[in-house]
Structure formats: structure tokens, C-alpha cells
Design a protein around this ligand. Structure first.
Ligand code: ZN
Length: 291
């Protein structure tokens, strides 16, 4: 099956052609410009590629209510030119194939649970910790939407006592996860990008504290069988073991399952698909749109 994938991000678009096994035959990426120019770039890539369906894992917020007239539109994004752009409808009309769409993090959760770190599991939470923070949840064959879709990046956290910016930087909330712990927040707090901070800098202990609170919240609220942490900030390899250790301490044995008490190294993991989680997830969204 030849399927198309679009990983639609706020700064870049990744287009790919592949199959339902997650194999990618070709890919291209280009910067996200205004909607008209960007949609033209996407259509130019897929022109003549003979795909049977397209999957879109997209930055949000999105309207994912299939009964809504604006199903598949981007809604109240801070990227103003993209507000209320009916991305799915535009692509479906032009390409004349089924188009599946979901949040970028739900797409990545789907990729990881079917073909990556969570193969064979019935439930998995995927977090991206990058420019922003978001989470997606796969449970027994479905990606969680609910009222709109989860906005896990905006759960409220308890500030670290040594954090010089304990209210964080979210324009909406005091002390939310994204405002405290995304890549942009690290840069604003410390004046340099995270990758330039030395390993012994307290920034890492503070970051790990916040990401551990995130993992604790996911574990107790959703009880996933695995938590996958992706995104640019997680490229700092020192961070993952610190997050596991603090999560283990904070849970304090309360959720008495061996996965959390004895084997947290295999419970909170890096994406097995690496940087391909999003593109593979989008291929699987394409495949699901054909059902
Ligand atoms: Zn917030």
C-alpha cells in the first residue's frame, strides 16, 4: 500500500511516502510559511505520487469531531495566519484520497504503540518535550479525543523550590508544564538554549523534577502500560535517567505494579522510532482512514 504522511509542525512540514509497515520510501521537509504557500508546497510534493490515502499528524489545537463542519481544521493556534485553516478538507479536495488527521502527539503515540517502543501493548502515552510540550494517549485501538483533545502540556505543576522562574512562561497559566519545562521556557529562564547548559547545571534537576511530575500525573490519571518521552529537549541523554529516578521517588511505591516499582527503566523510555515517530504515525493515520 502506498500511503502519504504529513507531519505538520509550526516551524516545518515533513512530507513522506511509505507504507503501513512504517517503511518510508521518500521524504522531504520545508519550512512552514503562510497557509496558501505551505499547502501549495505539500500538494506539489504529493503530485503524481499515487498515494491511496494521506495521514496528517498536526500541530494544534485541532477540531477532531467528525460530526463538526470544521472537522480537521486547525483552531485557536497562536500562529494567527493558520487559525481556522481547514487543512484536512483542503488536502482531501485537492488529492482526492481519504485523509486521516490527528494531533502530532496522538500520531506519534500511534506510531510507537504499533511499530515502536510499545509494540503489543494496549495503552501508551507519548509526550513530546520540545519547543512546546504535548501528550497523546492510545488506549485499546483508539486515540483519546474526548471533548476536544487532551492538552497535557498545560497541567499545573508544583514549582521546584530553586526555580528562579516558578510561574513559568505560558501566556495562559501560572506554573503549567509547558510554561515551566518546554525548550523555549528553559531558554527564557536561563538565557541560553538547554543544549548549551553544562551537565552539572541545576537546570537539569529542575527540568527532571517537572517532567517527573508529568510522568506521575500520566501514570495515576491514565495508567498507561508505557510512557514514551520524545522531542528535542529529551535529546539531552542525561535527562531520561533523572526523570525515571524522580518519578520512582515521587510515586513512592503507591502504584504497586512491578513496572513502576522494579522496572521503571522499561516503563519510561525514549521513542524506538526516534525522529520517525511522527512520520510513521502519520502513515498509520493514513491506513486507518481507509477503514
Ligand atoms: Zn499553559
Amino acid at each position: 500500500m502506498r500511503l502519504g504522511a504529513l507531519e505538520a509542525g509550526g516551524t516545518k512540514m515533513v512530507c513522506a511516502v511509505g507504507n503501513e509497515s512504517g517503511e518510508i520510501f521518500e521524504r522531504e521537509s520545508f519550512p512552514t510559511r503562510d497557509p496558501e504557500a505551505t499547502i501549495a508546497d505539500i500538494l506539489a510534493f504529493f503530485d503524481g505520487k499515487d498515494i491511496e490515502a494521506l495521514g496528517v499528524s498536526c500541530f494544534g489545537p485541532l477540531d477532531l469531531n467528525e460530526a463538526s463542519p470544521s472537522f480537521g481544521s486547525i483552531t485557536t493556534t497562536p500562529k494567527l495566519a493558520w487559525q481556522y485553516v481547514p487543512l484536512r478538507a483542503r488536502l482531501q479536495q485537492a488529492l482526492r484520497v481519504p485523509v486521516g488527521i490527528d494531533t502530532d502527539v496522538n500520531g506519534a503515540a500511534l506510531g510507537e504503540v504499533l511499530l515502536g517502543a510499545g509494540k503489543g501493548l494496549q495503552s501508551l502515552v507519548y509526550f513530546t518535550v520540545g519547543t512546546g510540550i504535548g501528550g497523546g494517549y492510545y488506549y485499546q485501538g483508539k486515540l483519546l479525543h474526548g471533548l476536544v483533545h487532551p492538552e497535557m502540556g498545560h497541567i499545573l505543576l508544583r514549582p521546584h523550590p530553586d526555580d528562579p522562574a516558578p510561574r513559568g512562561f505560558c501566556p495562559f497559566h501560572d506554573g503549567c508544564l509547558e510554561g515551566l519545562a518546554c525548550g523555549l521556557s528553559m531558554e527564557r529562564r536561563w538565557g541560553v538554549p538547554g543544549r548549551e547548559l553544562p551537565p552539572e547545571h541545576i537546570a537539569w534537576a529542575i527540568e527532571a523534577e517537572y517532567l517527573a511530575q508529568m510522568c506521575v500525573a500520566a501514570a495515576v490519571m491514565l495508567s498507561p502500560e508505557k510512557i514514551v518521552l520524545g522531542g528535542g529537549v529529551m535529546q539531552q541523554e542525561r535527562l531520561l535517567p533523572m526523570v525515571r529516578a524522580r518519578t520512582h521517588e515521587m510515586l513512592n511505591g503507591y502504584v504497586a505494579h512491578p513496572a513502576l516499582v522494579e522496572d521503571i527503566e522499561h516503563y519510561i523510555v525514549a521513542p524506538a522510532l526516534g525522529a520517525n515517530s511522527g512520520a510513521v504515525g502519520a502513515l498509520l493515520l493514513a491506513e486507518r482512514s481507509l477503514r
